[in-house]
Design a protein around this ligand. Structure first.
Ligand code: ADP
Ligand code: MG
Length: 671
């Protein structure tokens, strides 16, 4: 048995210095690291369909004979494409095949020969077509189930697949050392690691593959649970002095609104954390979760009030300067009349003001500092910092949270998140934190009706928008793109199919359609000053229709807007649609959200239909997670904290529980 964790990737046959360097750059140093790069998906290349029965706009495998010789053509913008026709049978319709920018392929196909093509099959005005499919001559066809990897360190998915194959062909499952303690593996009836890794890369059978996944998922969950449990055991021993109980009535009375029940409940939970009498008393470690607009700020302010009444200092950290300023304004208006000092520290705070802040940090008076990550960088150790609050936590890493906490005298920590994270997932992301949930919006918010329509009803929708505007309201039109891409323009040309609606085009056409009104355009490629001017025009009501890309997703508050139409809505993630829809329904009038789509994909349609029935961010997140897994839900930007490549925390709750129990038992057995 070789310990593959000590064999460098350069030992694999065919891996030269350059490839090895690329792998190392991607964090893949050893053969074992490489085997832990799991396929992103498995493509089913079984040629199971007759062309006429094949699902459209999905990837399918078709065995077809090339019927015209490949020719080089040009796209509308002058790029080269190779195109030709192929047929499944003599009497079946032709499929047009096209490749972009790969003119060498002109010699890769022979009229009269059969190939297996695998790609997205679509149908337009001029018949069936497939762009840039994978292909193999029928004589040289490989397995029907093909693992597809994510590119790593600049190496393509295909290259990664080839290296892994070569490695596996030179070893046996028995060569792979099992990393799980044997008793844990046996108790949970799991497959040995070697077998699981072989199966995941070269699947033999659906059921065996499921068992292999289970084993590998268990490993992730076990490792995670072990780390979380160790942390919990360490933290539990951190005894913190509890604060004096405080009468919060004056604070609650000073707020411009009565608290919702959910806010009261969360605040009571926080009070209990801070002032509880259970001995030994631990520092607060709590996650406050609530959809956008659920009123997290007021709850945080309650915690700050208790800390400051106890003579302590509090930090509130936001991920962006805009959010920090917003919090600062709000909290200053609440706390200054009660005699507390509130200060703002961001990247653009002047040197003079920073000196001023440093002085106050060392005084013994209560103080609230609202800031951005500039707060970490401040070296001065505050006197009696007893509460650290981080807003929109998922944008900060665990390490940053730790760093900020290390400055505190008492490590009370409140984390706020607006991303509606299902409870099960929260257990992973915020291991060791207690959870409070704001599951109720403040009263007076309007229900939003959501409709799903095909493009053919667009004109009727415009009629509706016109009547809303005539009643003094405003509308958003959201488009997925700034401008049409080349590939999309080509797809339209070849297929005779409608293109994606770009914001620029849309604004042009709406200016004609709504001549009497002002149509504004907003997208991410505009200069900040121009963006602001358009946003202000919309906020003041000078612009009635705002055509925009997703840049309006956050931080826009125009209560007078009552309609949002989202073009090509199947192009957006559900979390994103939810955020977008959150821009309307903010005023006293009823609002409508209209999803426009021409997709035929059943999956995409049922996702959108779900959105028309549900406005609850948590339920949407649960649903989305079940369908796509956490990686997709969080997107790349927010992926940092959740490094569980296989596990889906909603699907795998039972397994997670087993792993967590095993981790505890294992740690106990080591005592
Ligand atoms: P979150 O941070 O959870 O997205 P905010 O704390 O910014 O939400 O609150 C959203 C809006 O709702 C703010 O304008 C706030 O003043 C208001 N608000 C908060 N709680 C209540 C309440 N109990 N009743 C009425 N309005 C409230
Ligand atoms: Mg907020």
């Amino acid at each position: 048995m070789t310990d593959l964790s000590t064999v460098p990737v350069s030992a694999i046959k065919g891996v030269g210095t350059k490839t090895a360097e690329a792998l190392v750059k991607a964090g893949i140093n050893t053969c074992l690291d490489l085997l832990h790069i799991y396929p992103r998906i498995y493509e089913d290349r079984t040629p199971r369909y007759l062309l006429q029965d094949a699902p459209l706009d999905c990837k399918v495998a078709l065995i077809m004979r090339v019927t015209t010789s490949p020719r080089i053509g040009f796209t509308p913008t002058g790029k080269r494409i190779v195109r030709f026709s192929a047929k499944q049978r003599e009497d079946s319709p032709s499929v047009q095949i096209a490749f972009f920018n790969q003119t060498y392929l002109v010699n890769a196909f022979h009229v009269g020969s059969d190939y297996r093509f695998y790609g997205k099959l679509s149908k337009g005005g001029s018949g069936y077509f497939m762009f840039s499919p994978s292909f193999e001559p029928v004589e040289a066809m490989t397995a029907d189930t093909v693992p597809v990897y994510s590119p790593q360190g600049g190496l393509s998915s295909g290259k990664i697949a080839k290296i892994i194959k070569t490695l596996l062909s030179s070893i046996s499952p028995l060569d792979i050392l099992d990393t799980l303690p044997e008793e844990v593996r046996r108790e949970n009836m799991l497959m040995p690691l070697g077998e699981a890794l072989f199966e995941i890369h070269c699947p033999t059978d659906g059921r065996v593959l499921d068992r292999a996944k289970e084993r590998l998922i268990f490993d992730e969950l076990f490792e995670f649970s072990l780390a979380a449990e160790k942390l919990r055991r360490r933290e539990d021993t951190q005894i913190a002095p509890s604060m004096e109980k405080v009468d919060t009535t004056p604070f609650i009375n000073a707020l411009p609104f009565p608290l919702t029940n959910a806010q009261k409940r969360s605040l009571a939970e926080i009070e209990n954390d801070l002032t509880g009498t259970v001995q030994p008393h631990r520092a607060m470690r709590r996650l406050l979760q609530g959809d956008v607009g659920s009123g997290k700020t007021a709850v945080a302010a309650g915690a700050i009030y208790i800390a400051m009444k106890n003579g302590g200092k509090a930090y509130l950290m936001a991920p962006t300067e805009i959010l920090a300023c917003q919090h600062f304004e709000t909290l200053k208006a609440w706390f200054e009349p009660m005699g507390f000092r509130v200060m703002l520290l961001t990247g653009s705070t002047s040197a003079k003001e920073r000196r001023n802040i440093r002085e106050y940090l060392q005084l013994h008076d209560p103080l609230l500092i609202v800031g951005t990550h500039a707060l970490f960088e401040e070296e001065t150790r505050p006197y009696n910092l007893t509460l650290v609050i981080t807003d929109e936590q998922h944008r900060f890493g665990v390490n940053q949270r730790e760093k900020l906490l290390s400055k505190a005298t008492v490590r009370n920590n409140l984390v706020m998140s607006a991303t509606p994270i299902p409870r099960t997932l929260a257990m992973f992301l915020y291991a060791g934190l207690d959870v409070s949930i704001l599951d109720e919006l403040p009263p007076g918010r309007q229900e939003i009706s959501t409709l799903l329509i095909p493009p053919s009803k667009r004109e009727r929708m415009y009629g509706f928008i016109e009547s809303e505007i005539a009643n003094g309201h405003q509308a958003y039109i959201i488009c997925p793109l700034v401008e049409e891409s080349e590939e999309e323009a080509l797809e339209r040309e070849v297929s005779g199919k409608g293109s994606l609606m770009s914001a620029v085009e849309m604004a042009e056409s709406l200016k004609k359609r709504f001549e009497r009104y002002n149509v504004g355009l907003l997208h991410g490629k505009m200069k900040p000053a121009d963006k602001n001017a358009v946003m202000e025009g919309f906020a003041k009501g000078e612009i009635q229709i705002l055509v925009s890309t997703t840049v309006v997703e956050v931080g826009v508050n125009v209560p007078n807007a009552t309609v949002m139409a989202i073009e090509d809505s199947d192009r957006f993630g559900l979390a994103q649609l939810h955020q977008l829809r959150g821009r309307i329904g903010r005023g006293k009038d009823k609002s409508w959200c209209i999803f426009i789509t021409s997709t035929k994909s059943r999956d995409a349609l049922s996702r959108l239909e779900f959105m028309t029935k549900c406005t609850d961010g948590f339920k949407i997140a649960e649903y989305d997670l079940e369908q796509r897994g956490p990686g997709d839900f969080f997107g790349e930007r927010q992926h940092g904290e959740l490094q569980l490549p296989l596990a889906s925390t909603t699907r795998d709750v039972t397994l997670f529980k087993k792993a967590a129990d095993s981790a505890k038992a294992y740690l106990d057995s080591k005592k």
